[in-house]
Structures are given as structure tokens and as C-alpha cells.
Design a protein around this ligand. Structure first.
Ligand SMILES: Nc1ncnc2c1ncn2[C@@H]1O[C@H](COP(=O)(O)OP(=O)(O)OP(=O)(O)O)[C@@H](O)[C@H]1O
Ligand SMILES: [Mg+2]
Length: 286
């Protein structure tokens, strides 16, 4: 049996009611999935389906009201602040927007050194680690003395990845980390994620609304819809021959670069939409 790194079981997240007599809002309605060491699990779904909420529940940032989240067999959904601090060694996060997740007044060196000195690492060892981290994300060493605003979006995301890697975590929750980047930068940052995983054996919970991104990176894929997982399994299977109609629609909406495949894809999409709408599509209305 394969070892499990993270085991999410029947998790429910309810946001407290806003206003008098309002009911709590159930953003996650009993979700289960697991992540193995060194694995990438893709989490895909449309806006508002609950992807970020599930990622935040793993980080202890969402109000989990039911089910369990186990990290290496240990329940973490009710972890205390002190336990969370310990867990930050093991579980890290990279967000979509490095503009807001990196302190604008700190140099890259300060940003990368912070988690190390919190861990009481000696100055010299910390400097060495910063250089290593910059190498890992393929940034030049002189980047250390610059501020976040002096980098492009893709480079800034590399800094955010380096910071997440500083303490050598076993799992990184990646919430739309390439969604704000243009296509070629997106491809390079995705390659970086893969390369880092091959080198360090880190696992990813990789959240994206983009099926093409998830398909490229994930070993297994979960599809979320209205706070539930409607399809879960092998990445190739889920992203190329999905069984659930919702995933089929997501797949049809994902652009494919190859013109032949694009034509077939368009034909499939038309069939799915029904002959009725074909004329609309041809006339450019759909
Ligand atoms: N702090 C909060 N308080 C109340 N409701 C919230 C809160 N955060 C999220 N929600 C609601 O929970 C649902 C799921 O939101 P979530 O951000 O997890 O979706 P998502 O799949 O990440 O969407 P997107 O692709 O747009 O990032 C939404 O209906 C949202 O309005
Ligand atoms: Mg989100």
C-alpha cells in the first residue's frame, strides 16, 4: 500500500452567516481526497466551486466544521497555533498573486531569510541557503538585493516559490500560481514546478480553473463543482476521457493549440451542445 501524505475525508467548510437570520454558507460539502508523497494532485473547477476554500482548509485558514484532514496520520483540522507553526515546516503555500503575497519593502534576501531565522538558522548557513534557493528557482544571485517590484510577474512568482521551499516542505498548496502569467511564462513556471518536484520529492495540491494547466502537471485530478468533487482519479483519464458531464464541459471549453485537434474538438463541442445551436456557432453567436 502506498503511504499517504495528506488524507482529506468528508470535509465540510461552512462560512458563518452574514446578517440576521442568515444561514451559514456551506462552501465545501463533504469532500474526500488524498495526496501521496511526491505527487501532484490537480484541483480544477469553475470560479466559486470551492477550490481555494479547500486549499485554505489544508492550511488551517478556513472554518472546517466536519470531517477530518490528516497529515501523515495526524489530525490537523483542529491544530493549535503552536502546532500550525510546526506544520509550516511541512506544508507551504504559493498564491496566485505574488504582488500581494510578497512584502514590497523587503529585499528578496530578507524575504527568503525570514523563515530561516525564525527557525534559528545561523547567519552564514542562511546566506548559503538563500543562494541555493535562488539557484533552485533559476534566479541570479544578485536578485537577493532587489525588491519585489524590480522583477517581472514570472520572476516574482519564482521568488514566492523559493520562499515556499525555504524550509524544505513535503507539501505545497499552489493556488492558481500561474494564472496571472502570460502563456510562455506560464509554461516556464510549470516546468519549474515539475523540475523542483523531481529534485526534492515535494507534493503539490495544484489548484487551477484551467484544465490544460492541471493536465500538464498532475498525476491525479479532482474536479470540483459547487463544493463537491464530481470526478476524481488518474490525471490522464480525467482530463482526456472524463465521465462526468461537468468535466466534459470543462474539457470542451479548454483551448487546444493543434489546429487538427482543434477542429475535432470543435466538432465534439458542437455535438455536445446539440445540433440546435450549430447555426448560432457558425454565425458567430456562440
Ligand atoms: N471568507 C468567506 N466568507 C464567506 N463566503 C466565502 C468566503 N470565501 C469564499 N466564500 C464563498 O465560498 C465559495 C467558494 O469560494 P472559493 O474562493 O473557494 O472558490 P474558487 O473555486 O477558489 O473560485 P475562483 O476560481 O474564483 O478562485 C464561493 O461561493 C465564495 O463566495
Ligand atoms: Mg480560488
Amino acid at each position: 500500500m502506498t503511504e499517504t501524505l495528506l488524507d482529506i475525508k468528508d470535509v465540510v467548510v461552512e462560512y458563518p452567516p452574514k446578517g440576521f437570520r442568515a444561514k451559514p454558507f456551506k462552501a465545501i460539502k463533504g469532500v474526500s481526497l488524498d495526496i501521496r508523497p511526491g505527487e501532484t494532485v490537480g484541483l480544477v473547477g469553475e470560479s466559486g466551486s470551492g477550490k481555494t476554500t479547500l486549499g485554505r482548509s489544508v492550511l488551517g485558514l478556513a472554518p472546517v466544521t466536519g470531517g477530518s484532514i490528516k497529515y501523515r496520520g495526524q489530525e490537523i483540522s483542529n491544530a493549535t497555533r503552536a502546532q500550525r507553526r510546526e506544520l509550516s515546516h511541512e506544508i507551504q503555500v504559493v498564491f496566485q498573486d505574488p504582488y500581494t503575497s510578497l512584502n514590497p519593502s523587503m529585499t528578496i534576501e530578507q524575504i527568503l531569510t525570514e523563515p530561516l531565522t525564525v527557525r534559528k538558522m545561523e547567519r552564514q548557513a542562511a546566506n548559503k541557503r538563500v543562494a541555493e534557493l535562488l539557484d533552485q528557482v533559476r534566479l541570479p544571485h544578485d536578485a537577493a538585493h532587489r525588491l519585489p517590484r524590480e522583477f517581472s510577474g514570472g520572476q516574482r512568482q519564482r521568488v514566492a516559490i523559493a520562499r515556499a521551499l525555504a524550509l524544505d516542505p513535503k507539501l505545497i498548496v499552489c493556488d492558481e500560481p500561474v494564472s496571472a502569467l502570460d502563456l510562455s511564462t506560464q509554461a516556464r513556471v510549470m516546468e519549474l514546478f515539475i523540475e523542483i518536484q523531481e529534485r526534492t520529492g515535494v507534493a503539490y495540491l495544484f489548484i487551477s480553473h484551467d484544465l490544460a494547466v492541471v493536465r500538464h502537471l498532475s498525476h491525479r485530478v479532482a474536479v470540483m463543482y459547487h463544493g463537491e468533487i464530481v470526478e476524481w482519479g488518474d490525471g490522464g483519464q480525467v482530463t482526456s476521457a472524463p465521465e462526468h458531464p461537468y468535466t466534459q464541459r470543462l474539457l470542451m471549453a479548454a483551448p487546444i493549440p493543434d489546429p487538427d485537434r482543434q477542429a475535432k474538438h470543435r466538432a465534439d463541442r458542437l455535438r455536445l451542445l446539440g445540433i440546435q445551436r450549430e447555426q448560432d456557432v457558425q454565425a458567430g453567436f456562440a
